[in-house]
Ligand binder design. Structure first.
Ligand SMILES: Cc1ncc(COP(=O)(O)O)c(C=O)c1O
Length: 391
C-alpha cells in the first residue's frame, strides 16, 4: 500500500496491495464509460434475507431495550440459539457461555484471531489460494505467513506432510476453510481428523473458517471440525449467518470451540468493539431457530446456476463438474493468459467481472473464480456474452 503522505503506520506497509480494490476501480471506470458490467466477482447473495428474519429485526428495532450498548459477549438467547443449532446440525454440544462468542460477521473473528494469539515472528499456516485475511491478519499482527499450496492434484487440500518441520515448530495457527473459497472444494472428516492430529502434535491452534457449511448441494452435508474427535481440543470454528441466511449486510456470525481460546478472543474484542446491535441479534436468533427451508431453497437456486455455468463453459472447451458446495466456480484460465490478463480480457470484451485467482494467493495463478450470486437473468446474459468471447 503506498502512502503519499507518510502518515501510515509501518504495519499498513506490511500488507500487499489489495488486488480487489484495483479491480473495483477498473469496473467503476467501465461503468462510468457506459458499459453495462455484470459482476460475477463477489460472493454476495442476490437473494433477499428471508422475510421472517427481517420481521424479527423490525420488531426488535422498535423495542427501546435494544437501543443501548449490547453485551460484549452477545445475548444469552443468541448464544443458546447457536449452541442449539450446533447440536441439531452437527450433534455437537457446546456450552453457550464459555464455548460460543457472537461476532460482527465471521470476518471480525477471523481478522482478530492473530491479535489474540500471534506474537511477532510467530508463523501462521495459511492456504494458498485462500481468503486473503488469513495472510494479512498474520502480517498485521507482525507474524509471518507460511503458505500451504492447494492444488488440483491434492483435491485442493493442503499436503500436511509437505509442511517443513521447522515451519510446523514455529507455527501458532493453521487456517483451513472447507467448503472452500475460492475453489469450491470440500474436505471429509478424514482430512479434518488428520489436520487435528497434526495440530495436536505441533501444538498449533486449528482455525476452521466455516461460513459455507450450509451452501452445499445434492444432499452433501459438510462436516464441522468440532464433530471430529479431538477437534474441540485444538481449535476454533468461525461461522456466519452471511451465506446461510443471505445476511452479508447484517454483520453477524460467531466463533466457537475450545473455551480458553474463545475467552481470549473475547477479551481482545471487548477492547475493540462494543458488540452487535441487539435487534440484529434477535433477528439472528430467529434465523437459527427457524429451520432450514430458506437455506435449502437458496441452495437449489445456486445448484441450478452452477449446472448452467458448467454447461456453458464446458461447451466452450472447459471440463468442469459443478462443485458440491459454495457458490463459486473455480476454473483454469485459457492457455496464453495469466489470471489477471484473462479477467481483464473478459471485462474488456464481455463486460463481465470475474476474479483472477492470483488475488487469493500465488497458487491461485492460472485460475479464475466466478460467483453464481447474480440474478438469473444477469447470469444468463453474462453467459451469453462469454459464449462470444475470443480468447
Ligand atoms: C472463506 C470466507 N470466510 C469468511 C468470510 C466472511 O464472511 P462474513 O464476515 O460475512 O461472515 C467470507 C466472505 O466471503 C469467506 O469467503
Amino acid at each position: 500500500m503506498s502512502d503519499a503522505t507518510g502518515v501510515a503506520a509501518r504495519r499498513l506497509g506490511l500488507i500487499p496491495p489489495y488486488l480487489f480494490a484495483e479491480i473495483d476501480r477498473q469496473v467503476a471506470a467501465k461503468r462510468a464509460a457506459g458499459v453495462d458490467v455484470i459482476s460475477l466477482g463477489i460472493g454476495d447473495h442476490d437473494l433477499p434475507t428471508p422475510r421472517r428474519i427481517v420481521d424479527a429485526l423490525q420488531e426488535a428495532a422498535l423495542d427501546p431495550a435494544n437501543h443501548q450498548y449490547p453485551s460484549y459477549f452477545g445475548l444469552a438467547d443468541l448464544r443458546q440459539a447457536i449452541a442449539d443449532w450446533y447440536r441439531r446440525r452437527f450433534g455437537v454440544a457446546l456450552d453457550p457461555v464459555s464455548e460460543v462468542l457472537p461476532t460482527l460477521g465471521s470476518k471480525d473473528g477471523i481478522s482478530h484471531v492473530p491479535f489474540a494469539f500471534v506474537d511477532p515472528g510467530d508463523l501462521v499456516l495459511a492456504p494458498s489460494p485462500g481468503y486473503p485475511i488469513y495472510v494479512t491478519g498474520a502480517l498485521m499482527a507482525e507474524g509471518e505467513a507460511h503458505l500451504m499450496p492447494l492444488t488440483a492434484e491434492n483435491g485442493w487440500l493442503p499436503d500436511l506432510d509437505a509442511i517443513p518441520p521447522q515451519a510446523a515448530r514455529r507455527a501458532k495457527l493453521m487456517w483451513l476453510n472447507y467448503p472452500n473459497n475460492p475453489t469450491g472444494a470440500v474436505a471429509g472428516r478424514d482430512f479434518l481428523a488428520r489436520a487435528v492430529e497434526f495440530c495436536r502434535e505441533h501444538e498449533i491452534i486449528l482455525c476452521h473458517d466455516f461460513p459455507y457449511s450450509e451452501i452445499a448441494f445434492g444432499g452433501y452435508r459438510p462436516a464441522s471440525l468440532l464433530e471430529v474427535p479431538g477437534g474441540r481440543d485444538v481449535g476454533l470454528e468461525f461461522h456466519s449467518l452471511s451465506k446461510t441466511f443471505n445476511m452479508t449486510g447484517w454483520r453477524v456470525g460467531w466463533v466457537c470451540g475450545r473455551a480458553d481460546l474463545v475467552r481470549l478472543l473475547g477479551q481482545l474484542k471487548t477492547n475493540i468493539d462494543s458488540g452487535i446491535f441487539q435487534a440484529v441479534q434477535w433477528a439472528a436468533v430467529e434465523a437459527l431457530r427457524g429451520g432450514e427451508e430458506d437455506t435449502r431453497a437458496a441452495c437449489q437456486v445456486y445448484a441450478r446456476r452452477h449446472r448452467k455455468v458448467a454447461d456453458v463453459l464446458n461447451s466452450l472447451g472447459w471440463r468442469l463438474e459443478p462443485p458440491r458446495a459454495t457458490f463459486y466456480v473455480w476454473a483454469p484460465v485459457p492457455p496464453g493468459y495469466d489470471s489477471i490478463g484473462f479477467a481483464r480480457a473478459v471485462l474488456d470484451q464481455a463486460g463481465v467481472n470475474l476474479t483472477p485467482g492470483v488475488g487469493f494467493g500465488p497458487h491461485g495463478e492460472g485460475y479464475f473464480r466466478l460467483s453464481v450470486t447474480a440474478p438469473d437473468a444477469r447470469l444468463d446474459e453474462a453467459l451469453e456474452r462469454l459464449r462470444k468471447l475470443k480468447v
